[in-house]
Design a protein. Structure first.
Ligand SMILES: [Cu+2]
Length: 259
């Protein structure tokens, strides 16, 4: 009993000093802790940004070309020479697919990405939406033009965003709209011309691309991380690929759709 008391009194001052030391080191240690809380900060370092690029290939039976009849609307038909082919599945000369929307579906750090101040353009030319597939960020302006001598009625059919439809006079004033919710994809139709269709992807970040005539895509400026990429095609559905990138990595992710 005496021994234990002696031990406590003997070590108490040291223990107290230790507690004080810990307290002061904790106070001093709060700064590194704050840095730890900002862990995604290195991800914002432009020097650490990674790139994922690739192509979207197609194999199997090439879908038959489907002709669109604009005969009932001479103002539209007159602007085309020969048959108008629907662009719902466009296989490029190099065996890749056009109009595939590729984007980061999951894995990004909880950060806010500012929408670009430049609008994304959606044109109506010869009674066709052009481009057929586009992406834009939440809050970014979508500028819709009517280059035709005929009236159109732009009508997006969203599930998560607000639906609207606005008629646009021949070569009329541009329609400028934004979407405030993430949605992949929103189908656009025209209430006047049933063959007109476009697809618009709305994302809270800038990591998306649409394949063109070489079927390739590139997602630049990615923070290091583990990502799920999705490729969306209006007829062939969706595919996912998981890709991990370290700082400054340039990785390849190729999608392969079959029909
Ligand atoms: Cu139209």
């Amino acid at each position: 009993m005496m021994n234990r008391m002696a031990l406590v009194s003997k070590f108490f001052p040291a223990a107290l000093a230790g507690v004080m030391l810990l307290t002061s080191s904790c106070g001093g240690g709060s700064k590194p802790e704050e840095k730890k809380a900002e862990a995604p900060a290195p991800a914002a370092d432009p020097a650490a940004e990674a790139t994922i690029s690739g192509k979207v290939s197609f194999s199997g039976e090439k879908p038959a070309s489907r002709a669109i009849s604009m005969d009932a609307v001479p103002a539209c038909a007159q602007q085309h020479k020969g048959q108008v082919i629907a662009e719902d599945t466009v296989v490029n000369a190099n065996g890749t697919l056009k109009n595939v929307f590729v984007y980061v579906k999951a894995g990004l750090p909880a950060r806010q990405w500012a929408a670009p101040s430049t609008p994304v353009q959606l044109d109506q030319k010869a009674c066709i939406y052009s481009p057929r597939v586009i992406g834009l960020m939440i809050g970014q302006d979508l500028e819709i033009s009517n280059n035709d001598p005929s009236m159109h009625n732009v009508h997006p059919l969203p599930v998560k965003n607000k639906e609207w439809n606005t008629s646009q006079a021949p070569k009329g004033e541009k329609i400028v709209k934004q979407f405030d919710k993430e949605e992949v994809m929103i189908r656009f139709k025209c209430n006047v011309h049933p063959w007109m269709v476009a697809y618009v992807g709305v994302l809270p970040h800038p990591f998306f691309a649409v394949t063109g005539e070489d079927g390739s895509f590139s997602l630049k400026g990615l923070p290091p991380g583990e990502y799920t990429l999705e490729a969306w095609h209006e007829k062939l559905g969706t595919q996912e690929i998981k890709v991990t990138v370290a700082a400054k990595d340039a990785k390849t992710a190729d999608f392969a759709f079959k029909n």
